[in-house]
Each structure stands twice: as C-alpha cells, then as structure tokens.
Design a protein around this ligand. Structure first.
Ligand code: ADP
Ligand code: ZN
Ligand code: ZN
Length: 735
C-alpha cells in the first residue's frame, strides 16, 4: 500500500492542521474530509476532524504518529459544512479545529455515535403470546399495543411501566424493540393565519419573489407591526417548495410563546436548539435538522451551524441583538455568518428588526440589501405615546417623579399592568460610608461592588466575586455604611410600600435563574390582572405582555454618554424595545422616560421622529468620523496579571504591524490600516487581570485581513510574555 498521511484539524488554538498515519491496513479511500478521528497530541487524547489525505508530509517519518481510531465511515460534516468552516476560520483568523468543534453538538465532540440520539421504540409484532401473560400490568400493556402498535419507551415508563415488564412481553414474542430518531414534535391543533394587512401583503410579495436565490433583505418594521406574521407566511411558502427554514432568535427571545406560535401554524415538524436543552436533546435537534425530519429549525446563535440539506430560507429576528455575537473564544457573528451561509447556499436571508443595526441599515440604504418596511402596528394596536420627563431639580419618591407615580396609579386602577425598566439588578449599585466617603470596591476589578439584600451580600457583577457586608466602615470605623442608588431589588421593595395593594413582580437574573423559571413567571404575569413588573432587559426583549399599558424607563441616562461609539445606537435600540412592550393590543400605551437631560438632542430626535431618523443622523456622524460601517475594524485585546506585560505585548504587536505596513507600502503617505492604541480597556482590571486593547481601522476589508493574517502569525510565534493572553476580535461590537 502506498504511503499517505491523514491531515487532521484539532480543537487547539494553533492555526494549522496536523498529520497522522492511518490505521494499519486502511486504504487512503477510507479517509474522507469531515470524519472524526481520535488522536494522541502530546499527552492529550483529542478528537479531530479529517480535512484530507496527502502522499507526503513535512514531518519526518519517524516522528509521525498513527491515529488511534476512526469514528465515522460517512463524513459527519459534509463538504458544504467544511467550506463554511474554512471561511469562518479565515475570516475570524481562528483555528480551523476550534471552528469545526462549533459545527457539532457536544455529544459528538466527545466521540458518541450519531445513534446516541435514538430512542428505544417498542413495536407490536402482531403475534399471539407464546407463553401466557397474566399480571394486570401485562394485560394493560397488551391493551396499549392493540390500541397503537408503536410506543416510544419513554412514553411507556411515563405511564408507570418498567423495562422488566416490557421484556416479558418481548420474551413472549408480542413486541419487539427497535431504535429510531424521535421525530420533532408536531402540534395537532393548528392555528389560523391572520389575514395580512396591505403593508404585510406587499412585504410578503416582495420577499417571496426572492425565494430560490440569494438575496439579503432587511425587514424594518416597528414593534408590533407584524414582522413575525410575515416570517411565518414566507416560511410556509419555502416549506411548500420542499425546503427547510432556519430561524435565529436572540438568546432570551426564544420564549415558549414564540415556539408555540411557530409550532401551531405548521403541520411540519419544528426542531428547537437553545441553551435550555441538555446534550442529548441538542443532538436530537441537530440530527432532526440534518436528516431532514425537521423542516423548520428555530434556535439561538449556535444553531446557525446546524446542517440543513434542503435549506431554502434564513430568518434572523431582532438582527441588531448583541447575543448574535459570541464574546469569547471564536468571536463570530451568527448574523454575518448566516449571510455568508445564505450566499453559499443560494437562498434568501431576511434580517428583521424594529431597530436595525447601523451596519445593516447602511447596507439596506446603499442598495446592497433589499429594504422592506412595515410602518404601522398590525391589528388594532396603536403606537405608544412616548414622553421625556425631566427630573432635573425635582424631588423624587423612591426614584420616581410624582407625576409618574400618579400615572402609574391610573393605569393600575384601570386594571392594567405597568412595566418599570431599570438595567441594574441588586439592591443598590454602591455601598458607601457617609462619614468618610469609603466605597466598597471589588478586590479583583476596577469596579464597585453591588449591594444585594436577598440574601444580603456584596457582589461584583464583572467577576462574580462575593463577600459579606461590613457592619462598620473599614476605613473610619463609623457605622453609617449604606447602599446608594437603586437596583431592581430596592425598587421592588419601595414600590411595595407605595402600592401596598398591588402585586409587584421582579424579573432579573436573580429571580429568574433559568428558562423554565422564566416560562412560569411569564404565565403568572399573564394571569395577574393589574400589577407592576420591575425588571432589567430580560423584560425588554420580544415578550408580549398584553396587559402592559404603561412603561417607565428609570435610567435612560446611563447609556447616553458612553465612551463606546456604539453607545447611543444601543441605548436607542433598548429604549425602543422596552417602549415596544406597551400597548400591544387594543388598549393604547404610554412610555415615560425619566431623564436629567430632557434637552439631549439625540434623545429628542428618537422620541419625536423615531429610531430610523436617529439612525440616519448617527450614520452621518459615523461617516464623518470614518467609523464602522464606513470603515472596518478589528480589536486586538490582551490581558495579564502583570500590567506592564499586557501593555507590552500590544506595543510589540503595534511595532510589528507598523513595520510590516511600511514594508508593504513604502511609498504611500497613508497606510491602508490605521492603528490606535494600545489603550487600557474601559475597565482596566477585571478578575485580577489588566486589560489593554489596540484598535485597527481600514477602509478596505482586504487590507485589514492581510494585516490580521500576519499579526496572528506574529503573535503565535511570539516568545516571552507567555502569561499574556490575547485575542483578535474582527468586527467587534463593544470597544
Ligand atoms: P412584530 O414581530 O413585528 O413585533 P407580530 O408579528 O408579533 O409583530 O405581531 C404583533 C401582534 O399583532 C401579534 O399579536 C399578532 O398576532 C398580531 N398581528 C400580526 N399581524 C396581524 C394581522 N394582519 N391582523 C391582526 N393581527 C395581527
Ligand atoms: Zn467611613
Ligand atoms: Zn470583580
């Protein structure tokens, strides 16, 4: 047999592939890209993905090691999937092995067989029992199998039958066992589609003309304008054409309400992929999509990697949402990746939002994306009235202005619900001494500790460090140590005092720890009648509270003066989303925004003319300052317990890049990439590490990527400064 090596991508940060010798007696044809193999790397056992075979290797023959095991006959990742991963690895300058890891569910990463997702199913054979079956349980089982010949094992154990009882029927030849992939759930009770209003109809017509080829489309529609209805119709058309649809939603947007809404409309199986599932359920959803059993896949960020053989349509709901960007490891944007995927698959992609990101809006305005608008609320709902309420020189009760409290009372008296939004959990954002000015600060971060009352402790929201509350001031020994400012806990407590007859519900990460808790709370809120909801942005996203008619935004000012150039964009998106919770059905809603800066020009533009007008003005600013989307950006971050070293790595990186740029463009006055920094990060020290960043801006993507490519090589081979961790973030969303 002729010599060859198997090229393998390993889940390591190293940006290269590794050669291994094949298993003894296996021909080259046994190895195909996309198969999993087990290998030894140093002393670790790793699972790698075959990327190809070659007749020679740069590694000396006596250094080559054999593979330990080949796990798949058929490739687990097909050529399309591999091509997409290669694109991702190139674009984000990341290791291919780590990218490939994202493609497959955890169980498969650990080396499980695909069939681990299968379920034990019992099938009636139609034979008479070979031996007598007497017990009551046996009789009951016989009856079940005569009613319905196939039963998943779990459905029988749920009814109190044991494996031993089933085995007895099996021994008597009445039933036999088999394994199969469970089908995704199918709702039998189908809901009617709404009759679309004229705007929706025309949007649907425009979008459905794009089915069958690639086209990026922005569906810009105010909250409640019926975007989801348009998605549902479009999906229906794609499904009728024999296609699958992929729907991506933000992390906390995947409510049971959303899921029910999809499941109840279609008579095809819908699979789900989100963080609330266990590993086995994830594998099931992934396989249902990959094998075509599921025709619709709804999921959060990482669902974008799921193989879909008949992909015909991609929808990204709330495309501006930050949760589509992964903020550690492989820092990819699921939205941007989905665009590439749609392009390669030749299918349309619809980006929907009431408050599109400036990047997407820019692409729509420049004609690169098809731009479809919905300007009115669907059905009977009217847009909420929005009002800035100045609290300058006003005395506040529990953080609320008097007229705001009076209005809240009116809505409650009408048996409606009021939503109070404050993006700060805990009791108070600060614990301070009134005698000497001491403040409780985190030991490991440049940040204040948040005071929590339930249970009482100090908590750093940046590194999770927790400690007890000092009874006396550690600096002056005085006893006037108290919480300053307001968080959700305190507002909840104070509102309970102000509205003793009203139910107050707090919704933040402390009261709602998981998806299930949220679902339950959500049902409670629906049944509540008049009540006050106090919450963080958990309350803001995508949820439909039909009885909320008033929204109060307590701390809109926090985001207005952010040092991040995206600060105003993100604040405006959040304000619109929170405001969109008001008056979703027949009763009109109103939104009160308390602010110290009632004459803030951008805030006024937002309220008077809406998000789109503000976005246009922000785009102009960006154009003047040559910021994204008018330039392309990457961020090199470093962190280290030693401040000097963290900074030094970036200084060396900068010197290297300057030198390289100069060599490439010796005669040009302006290099194609501008370097800024290194600067300390906004919070310089976090969890005991000092953090720095270096910003790279370029007018042309190509120039940025060429530089990033050599930069990563430089950093990988950099010697010394071993303790410094670094990462390169392409198209960062927080700077
Ligand atoms: P969006 O996704 O833009 O926020 P939805 O699609 O969720 O809007 O629609 C908002 C509300 O209006 C939902 O309760 C939906 O059932 C209802 N709705 C949507 N389209 C129509 C329509 N054509 N007629 C009546 N009600 C509609
Ligand atoms: Zn003190
Ligand atoms: Zn901390």
């Amino acid at each position: 047999m002729s010599f060859f090596v198997v090229e393998t991508a390993l889940p390591l940060p190293l940006r290269r592939v590794f050669d291994y010798l094949p298993l003894a007696d296996e021909p080259e044809s046994a190895y195909r890209p996309g198969q999993r193999v087990r290998v030894e790397f140093g002393r670790q056992l790793l699972m790698g993905i075959v990327t190809g075979t070659r007749q020679h290797s740069e590694v000396p023959q006596n250094k080559l090691r054999p593979l330990l095991e080949r796990l798949d006959d058929e490739p687990l990742i097909d050529d399309n999937g591999l091509a997409l991963c290669r694109w991702l690895a190139d674009y984000y300058h990341h290791s291919l092995g780590e990218v490939l890891e994202h493609m497959i569910p955890t169980m498969l990463r650990r080396g499980c067989a695909l069939s681990e997702a299968d379920e034990l199913v019992w099938q009636a054979t139609g034979n008479e029992p070979a031996s007598p079956l007497r017990g009551a349980k046996q009789q009951a089982l016989l009856q079940l199998f005569s009613d319905q010949p196939r039963w998943p094992h779990s459905a029988l154990t749920a009814q109190g039958f044991s494996l031993a009882q089933l085995r007895r029927l099996q021994d008597a030849g009445v039933i036999s066992e088999s394994q199969q992939l469970p089908l995704p759930p199918l709702m039998l009770e189908r809901q009617q589609f709404h009759t679309l209003n004229p705007q929706q109809q025309s949007a649907l017509k425009t979008l459905s003309a794009e089915l069958g080829h690639f086209r990026a489309c922005l569906l810009e529609g105010v909250t409640g304008s019926g975007k989801t209805e348009v998605y549902l119709r479009l999906i229906e058309e794609a499904i009728q054409q024999g296609k699958q649809a992929l729907v991506l939603v933000p992390e906390i947007g995947l409510t049971p309400q959303t899921v029910r809404r999809f499941q109840a409309r279609f008579s095809v199986p819908v699979a789900l992929l989100h963080s609330g599932l266990n590993d086995r359920e994830r594998l099931q959803g992934w396989r249902q999509a990959r094998e075509g059993g599921a025709r619709i896949l709804i999921g959060t960020r990482s669902a974008v990697f799921t193989p879909l053989p008949d992909l015909g349509l991609i929808i990204i709901d709330e495309e501006h949402d930050g949760s589509f960007k992964q903020q550690d490891g492989l820092r990819y944007s699921a939205r941007d990746f989905a665009l590439v995927r749609a392009h390669k698959a030749g299918v349309p992609i619809v980006l929907g939002s009431a408050t599109p990101s400036l990047e997407t809006l820019h692409n729509a305005l420049s004609g690169k994306y098809l731009h479809v608008k919905l300007t009115q609320r669907a059905g009977n709902a009217r847009p909420p009235g929005m009002k800035l309420h100045s609290i300058l020189h006003q005395s506040l009760t529990a953080g609320f202005a008097q007229p705001v409290l009076a209005k809240m009372q009116q809505h409650l008296d009408n048996n409606k619900q009021v939503l109070v939004f404050i993006n700060r959990r805990g009791f108070a954002p600060l614990l301070a001494c009134r005698d000497c000015g001491w403040m409780a600060e985190c030991r490991r971060c440049d940040a204040r500790m948040t005071l929590h009352r339930m249970p009482p402790h100090l908590h750093c929201h940046h590194c999770d460090f927790q400690q007890g509350i000092p009874a006396i001031c550690p600096q002056c020994g005085g006893s006037h140590v108290e919480g300053i400012g307001q968080g959700t806990e305190r507002i909840e407590e104070q509102l309970a005092g102000l509205f003793p007859a009203t139910t107050i519900r707090r919704v933040d990460r402390d009261t709602v720890r998981n998806k299930q808790a949220f679902d339950e709370l959500y049902d409670d809120i629906h049944d509540d009648g008049s009540c006050i909801l106090v919450g963080t942005q958990m309350l803001a996203k995508g949820h439909h509270f039909p009885d909320v008619t008033m929204v109060v935004i307590l701390d809109a000012d926090a985001g207005l003066f952010s040092s991040d150039f995206r600060g105003m964009e993100h604040s405006a998106q959040l304000i619109c989303q929170v405001a969109g919770r008001a008056g979703r059905e027949d009763s009109p809603g109103e939104v009160w925004i308390q602010t110290l800066y009632a004459d803030h020009p951008q805030l006024n533009l937002l309220l008077d003319s809406g998000y789109h007008a503000l976005a246009l003005s922000l785009l102009q600013e960006r154009q003047h300052q040559i910021l994204p989307p008018y330039s392309h950006m990457a961020l090199l971050r470093s962190e280290c317990e030693d401040r000097i070293q963290a900074q030094q790595l970036l200084q060396e990186a900068r010197a290297f890049m300057q030198n390289w740029l100069h060599q490439q463009h010796p005669n040009s006055r302006q290099a194609p990439v501008t370097l800024l920094g290194p600067f300390p990060a906004i919070m310089e020290r976090r969890a005991g590490r000092f953090r720095f960043q270096l910003q790279l801006y370029a007018n042309e993507r190509k120039a940025l990527h060429q530089l990033a490519h050599v930069l990563v090589q430089f950093l990988e081979s950099h010697k010394g400064l071993h303790k410094v961790r670094w990462n390169l973030d392409i198209d960062p969303i927080d700077t």
